[in-house]
Design a protein around this ligand. Structure first.
Ligand code: PEP
Ligand code: MN
Length: 336
């Protein structure tokens, strides 16, 4: 429920409303705005009787929010959230960011070489998986802590903030020691214990959309992180399962502008996992930026044909360099 105060409501009026909400056993979350204050009501499991609230001085309107998310919604939080990843700002009004790197960290040489190259080409952050969520157990599962150390070394050598996936709540502390931005993969979007744990740290989180999650489920997953107190969340569209098999997933590009209507959180797009095909990554990267994404996540590998995972969708160094030339042109056109 959202209580909208009228613009002449005083602080006493606001305090009186929060006192009534407290007495009803719920949590009041005042949201000061330029024109007027709104007060969010949290902690209710169902419909809240608003009769006592409607009669209080200064109350203009009560809106019943039936969505499973509140803290992530624009209704509760009209101002855009800007997420700061080790000094790189992500969100509305900021230059769109490019996160680049291999699917997985494979060796010191591979990750350091990639880091230095993508930095030179203009990337803003380095990605690389150390804990890999593979479909089958007989494939490369990642270098785990050793991979985190190599990623951190590559981050230091290139000066790029690092982004890496965390798969289990038990590893949140470990991954947070190394990563600047902790990624939740599509397969773990509804790992609620993991989301809660990430809500308790003070580092930003990149939450990828589950491959068969609706937008409502996606935002409700983000709500778990915010509900524990961590508001530094970036959402990421990475394609969904459809009947189409020509691409690895179907890039649901309309979510970039749609998420901006529904939520104040930044939205990025991952054209690599969304398409699964190297040749489609550059055009879909540009399309995502044109659609208003706050950033893109692109897989790049020094020798994609030898990659231990996701080689067919990884750009070569040359391909990434060419893409960055187009990205710069497009972002200049967009006014950044
Ligand atoms: C990845 O980023 O390498 C990854 C596994 O992505 P997703 O969770 O979107 O499949
Ligand atoms: Mn991958």
């Amino acid at each position: 429920m959202l209580i909208v105060m009228n613009h002449s409501a005083t602080q006493e009026d606001i305090n009186a409303v929060t006192a009534v909400i407290d007495a009803m056993g719920y949590i009041a979350a005042p949201i000061p705005g330029r024109e007027r204050t709104a007060i969010g009501v949290l902690g209710n499991q169902g419909y809240v009787d608003d009769s006592k609230i409607l009669e209080l001085p200064g109350v203009q309107q009560v809106i019943h929010v039936s969505k499973p998310y509140k803290l992530v919604s624009r209704d509760f939080h009209p101002e855009n959230t800007i997420v700061d990843v080790a000094g790189v700002r992500v969100g509305q009004g900021c230059r769109p960011v490019v996160v680049a790197g291999p699917c997985a960290v494979e060796s010191e040489e591979q990750i350091v070489k990639t880091a230095l190259f993508v930095k030179k080409a203009g990337a803003d952050m380095l990605r690389g998986g150390a804990f890999k969520p593979r479909t089958g157990p007989h494939t490369f599962q990642g270098m785990r802590e050793e991979g985190l150390k190599l990623l951190s070394l590559a981050g230091r050598e290139s000066g790029l903030p690092i982004v890496t996936e965390v798969m289990s709540p038990d590893n949140v502390g470990l991954v947070a020691e190394y990563a600047d931005l902790l990624q939740v993969g599509a397969r773990n979007m509804q790992n609620f214990d993991l989301l809660r744990e990430l809500g308790r740290i003070r580092k930003p989180v990149l939450l990828k959309r589950g491959m068969s999650a609706t937008l409502e489920e996606f935002l409700a997953a983000a709500e778990y992180i915010l509900a524990e107190g961590n508001e530094q969340v970036i959402l990421c569209e990475r394609g969904i399962r459809t009947y189409e098999t020509a691409t690895r997933n179907t890039l649901d590009l309309a979510v970039a502008p749609l998420i901006k209507e529904m939520s104040h959180l930044p939205i990025m797009v991952d054209p690599s996992h969304a398409t699964g095909k190297r040749s489609l990554v550059p055009p879909m990267t540009l399309a995502a930026l044109m659609a208003g994404a706050h950033g893109v996540l692109v897989e790049v590998h020094p020798e994609p044909e030898k990659a231990l995972s996701d080689g067919p969708q990884s750009l070569t160094f040359q391909g990434f360099d060419a893409l960055m030339t187009d990205v710069r042109r497009l972002t200049a056109f967009l006014g950044y």
